[in-house]
Design a protein around this ligand. Structure first.
Ligand SMILES: [Zn+2]
Length: 149
């Protein structure tokens, strides 16, 4: 039995619906697959809750419809990790990468703000210089004799 096939047997295992071969294979698999072990724990909790729930009569045709459609729906295996962590340092390394990315983003943001402020200051200096030239050229115009102070 392939490993992928074992991933989908957790629910049936909890409901004691596996044959001996499947049950032995799954129990061996559970020791090494945390996703399936978690599924089994959660399915058991759910089954226990359902056992204590109030029951209601199910319409007769519902069971036959479900059983008729169940063969047409493919069950998906649970999401499991494909191998060892990419980083040899595990979670702390991922946290470090996030902190580094946040630091780089902050530095880029602050750098961008500094550039914008520098450009605004340079434009203001150019405007002051232009206005000073205008003021100097106006001041250089000689006063008419009749208007001299
Ligand atoms: Zn598994």
């Amino acid at each position: 039995m392939k490993r992928e096939d074992l991933h989908i047997l957790s629910g049936a295992h909890v409901l004691d619906s596996l044959d001996d071969t499947e049950r032995e294979a799954l129990e061996g698999h559970l020791a090494g697959c945390e996703a399936c072990a978690r599924d089994v724990r959660e399915f058991r909790e759910t089954a226990a809750r359902l056992a204590g729930a109030v029951s209601a009569a199910v319409p007769e045709r519902l069971e036959s419809e479900v059983m008729g459609r169940i063969e047409q729906v493919r069950q998906l295996p649970p999401l499991v990790s494909v191998g060892p962590e990419v980083s040899p340092f595990g979670r702390s390394s991922r946290r470090l990468v996030w902190m580094l990315a946040a630091s780089i983003a902050s530095a880029a943001l602050l750098g961008g703000a500094a550039i914008v402020q520098y450009q605004a200051a340079a434009a203001a200096e150019r405007e002051v210089a232009r206005l000073q030239e205008t003021a100097d050229s106006v001041a250089a115009v000689p006063w008419p004799h009749s208007m001299r102070p």
